[in-house]
Design a protein around this ligand. Sequence first.
Ligand code: PHE
Length: 364
Amino acid sequence: MSDPGLTAQLTSDLRALAESARDRLRAAADADAVLRLKGDLLGKQRGELRALEARLREVPKEDRPRAGQAFNEAKQEIEALLGARLDEIERARRRAALEPLPADVTLPGRRPGNGTLHPLTQTRTDLEAVFVRLGFDVCDGPEVELDWYNFEALGLPPYHPARDAQDTFFVEGPHGAGRDGGLLLRTHTSPVQIRTMLAAGRPPVRMVCPGAVYRRDDDPTHSPMFMQIEGLCVGEGVTFAHLKWVLGEFARQIFGAGTRTRFRPSFFPFTEPSAEVDVTCVFCGGSGTRDGARCAVCKETGWLEILGCGMVDPVVLGHVGYDAERWTGYAFGMGIDRIAMLRYGINDIRLLYENDLRFLGQFR
Ligand code: PHE
């Protein structure tokens, strides 16, 4: 004989199982846990629903359809819950895979670096400042230059052997090509002497002109492009004594008050007389030895050659229409790269042109 109370009990147990499935699935953290729960709930042998199914047979016949419907509803609900939880977990997994790693707000921020001026720029502006204080203007001229300004007007006609020391890059252009009469990359800043004197029309002229120059050279102390600064002073009664003092003053201001200069006779086609100027070695102070060892920078001589200079050759004044009987002048030219290398202790000129920030960042 069947008990009608059994139907109510079974129906409520089915509901309870569905509710419990809902809670347990919410706690299931991953797909494996969901699949384990699926076994516990719906397993063919020992599943919890299976146990309730067995009790269907005990309910009164007239209650069977109702109890059966309750069973099917519970089963479908549990299956739907399982599927929904699996979907939910999969969606969460995909979303997490797409998300960037969470920001660690405790990490120190990345500061944009303060830029620095290139060591050549620093040296150039320091040199300009020294000469501006001494009364010089700052001028410039083209890097692609006519042969006439670079060589001929400076006393270097096409056959002149001193041209060989300044082999350069020749440019094809409207003025022709090649060594004679054509365009070239200027080999020194001296053509700016000519341009400035022509532009001024008459003395006095007192200027420095920094800029890039080019030669066919490439080794640790020579770069195919490098920087020079040229100085020119033309006027009434300008003498070699003025030149000596100006360059001595430049050396003291750039390399330190104790720096001495030495003038050695030399030759340039555009100055007469000409000299090369040495300064006492900035590394050993002119002693030739450092920490008891021979100074490698000045090779134990105590002197460093830094520039060429001389009195402007009357031939040059003639080329720009200045009366050489009335006016005299001096000129000098030096490599800014070399000055920078000596100031900062840089041993390879190529470092200045590689734009490696690890190197350039050291000149703050
Ligand atoms: N122009 C010369 C050079 O590049 C340097 C120089 C300039 C010499 C002015 C004398 C006078 O070697």
